[in-house]
Design a protein around this ligand. Structure first.
Ligand code: NI
Length: 168
């Protein structure tokens, strides 16, 4: 399956709200397969469909780089059922190459989603898994990790963001 181009900050598609998936069609299976290839090539932990210019409520998380027991997880039409706690962790995003920032998010998240077989599952995540799920979920709402920066951190990256937006 072919890889897809990851869009970077400045591309308006990243600010759109994605549409629910009506059925797990071949098109959706192909999308997930190409997203998995793209994520692997980019050495990322997660990727959402809008990052490859597809406005569908789909994201994938692969924590195998940080957890040897982890496998690729597919989340279709995800819902965040509950979040709790708060923790500051460093985060990056494939749509913001080279940018890393400590940001605050919930430390635990309960999510419900559909997998590629059309089965609905629920998952309670903590640590980096919760972080990745909340980050990718945001993408489906057109929310980006810079939106969680403190005013100070945002002021510091203003120039870099402007430059990024120009070349995207
Ligand atoms: Ni991201």
């Amino acid at each position: 399956m072919a890889e897809r181009r990851i869009v970077t900050y400045g591309d308006p598609v990243l600010r759109e709200v994605s549409e629910p998936v009506e059925e797990i069609s071949q098109e959706i299976k192909d999308l997930v397969s190409s997203m998995a290839d793209t994520l692997k090539k980019a050495n990322g932990l997660g990727l959402a469909a809008p990052q490859v210019s597809v406005l569908k409520r789909v994201f994938i998380v692969d924590l195998s780089a940080v957890d040897i027991n982890a496998t690729l997880k597919v989340f279709i039409n995800p819902e965040i059922l509950k979040t709790s706690g708060e923790i500051e962790m460093e985060e990056g995003c494939l749509s913001f190459p080279g940018m890393y920032q400590k940001i605050r998010r919930a430390s635990e998240a309960k999510v419900r989603a559909t997998d590629l077989d059309g089965k609905v599952f629920e998952m309670e995540a903590t640590g980096i898994a919760a972080r990745a799920i909340l980050h990718e979920y945001d993408h489906l709402e057109g929310v980006l990790f810079i939106d969680h920066f403190s005013p100070m951190a945002r002021a510091l990256v203003k120039g870099r963001l402007r430059k990024m937006a120009k070349v995207s």
